[in-house]
Design a protein around this ligand. Structure first.
Ligand code: SF4
Length: 420
């Protein structure tokens, strides 16, 4: 195979892979204990992102962009008239090793269109990971995409060689999936996810008893949802995320704003702006659920089905719940401090620590790193200054927006115009 042909394949298959954002590699600790190459120890080896937020530091490719399915939202769908290509297993192995040695990458993110059938495709993805680990002694990060419908045996093998596995549920609701990907079956996503979850639990339990038990998908499993392709509201999207976090022990749910790529009446028109700001708000909500103790129903519910675009979800919640404030930073518990706009978890811990020695005032909070331009409307502390507590939520929001600069300001005005 000529170098030129490989280059051509790489161009096609790397380009096709860019729509998948589920490639963050944090959480693995596969260290280089042998004389092998690569090292995925520690937090994240894939923290470089392009300006539009997509991850680029792994070699991120499809094994092939041939596909027997015709999912409307996907550039690889069989009815799309595009150049097709397929790598051989050994070609992906060679590319990964060569790129790694040149320091271009620290790992591999490998996905694929489905050719022939799910097992045929999954078998080849697993073969790449197996060769890298066993023949090349590669200890770098490997993220394998699980092919919906692949057999249990292949899923079990995949987890023995990959750091992370992911099955993309793509569309947040069953009805949306039926509309845009009628060939696909919701259960085909659930089955491999369940298998991976059970294997992770089982291998961990065994490792406690038999130390030589190998690691199984040490960075866990993740999934991706496309946002804005099928009309779901934010409430439905976050309910789905919540369900998957709770029932399948997912490490991450990734949200990917739909990039219009086809003329199809079922989808937003070509030229429609990618909902980057909405994507960002969903990530913030996800964060609040996972690390700040919020229940999804507090942020989104039947009465409040859409996230505000102009303010972040924590501020939005606080403004709808002014009766919970002000919070006294010198006495409030951790849960309540974490709910104050302008207070991140780092600041919360610093406050809890600092107030063991003194009562905190505004100056202390400033030094701790609290974003006082937001927090000052929601907290009280040791202070002689006069503080106004008679502001309405509209007024507070107005003051905060007046003083905030957002990198999303331009996007916000464009996206808000859509609702005009
Ligand atoms: S099965 Fe996957 S690759 Fe194939 S068209 Fe659907 S989303 Fe695209």
């Amino acid at each position: 195979m000529s170098f030129q042909r490989i280059q051509e394949k790489l161009k096609i298959l790397a380009d096709a892979a860019k729509y998948d954002v589920s490639c963050s590699s944090s959480g693995s600790n596969r260290s280089n204990t042998t004389k092998g190459i690569g090292n995925a120890t520690g937090m994240g080896i894939c923290h470089s992102y392009t300006e539009d937020g997509r991850c680029v530091s792994l070699l991120k490719i499809l094994l092939t962009n041939y596909c027997i399915f015709d999912c409307a939202y996907c550039v690889t769908r069989k009815s799309n008239d595009i150049k097709r290509a397929a790598f051989k297993v050994q070609e992906v192995v060679d590319l990964t090793i060569n790129f790694y040695r040149r320091n271009y990458i620290e790992g591999l993110f490998l996905s694929s269109g489905i050719f022939k059938n799910a097992d045929y495709t999954m078998e080849r993805l697993v073969a790449v990971a197996k060769k890298l680990r066993l023949e090349e002694n590669f200890n770098g990060y490997i993220h394998l995409k699980s092919i919906p419908g692949a057999s249990d045996e292949l899923m079990r093998e995949a987890g023995l060689y990959a750091d992370r596995l992911s099955v993309n549920i793509e569309i947040p609701t069953k009805s949306g999936l039926k509309k845009l990907a009628p060939d696909k079956n919701h259960d085909d996503f659930i089955k491999p996810m369940t298998k991976v979850k059970n294997e992770i639990i089982q291998y961990r339990a065994e490792k406690k008893i038999i130390r030589s038990t190998p690691k199984y998908a040490p960075a866990g499993q993740s999934t991706q949802m496309i946002i804005g392709a099928s009309g779901e509201n934010d409430f439905q999207i976050m309910q789905t995320s919540n369900h998957f976090y709770k029932n399948y022990n997912l490490k991450r749910v990734y949200y990917s704003g739909y990039v219009p790529i086809s003329y199809d009446d079922r989808l937003p028109k070509i030229g429609t702006e990618v909902p980057m700001l909405r994507e960002n708000r969903l990530y913030q909500t996800d964060w609040l659920m996972r690390f700040y103790g919020f229940d999804v129903s507090e942020i989104l519910n039947e009465q409040h089905q859409h996230l505000d675009l102009d303010i972040d979800p924590k501020l939005s919640w606080a403004l709808r719940n002014l009766h919970e404030f002000p919070v006294d930073v010198n006495t409030a518990d951790k849960r309540m401090l974490a709910r104050v706009p302008g207070l991140g978890m780092k600041s919360v811990h610093k406050i809890l620590n600092a107030r063991r020695f003194r009562r905190l005032n505004w100056e202390h909070l400033k030094r701790i790193g609290v974003a006082l331009n937001r927090a000052k409307y929601f907290v009280i502390c040791e202070s002689n200054q006069f503080e106004r507590r008679d502001l309405t939520s509209e007024k507070i929001k107005g003051f905060i927006l007046q003083n905030s600069t957002s990198k999303y300001r331009k996007t916000l005005s464009n996206q808000l115009n859509l609702f005009g």
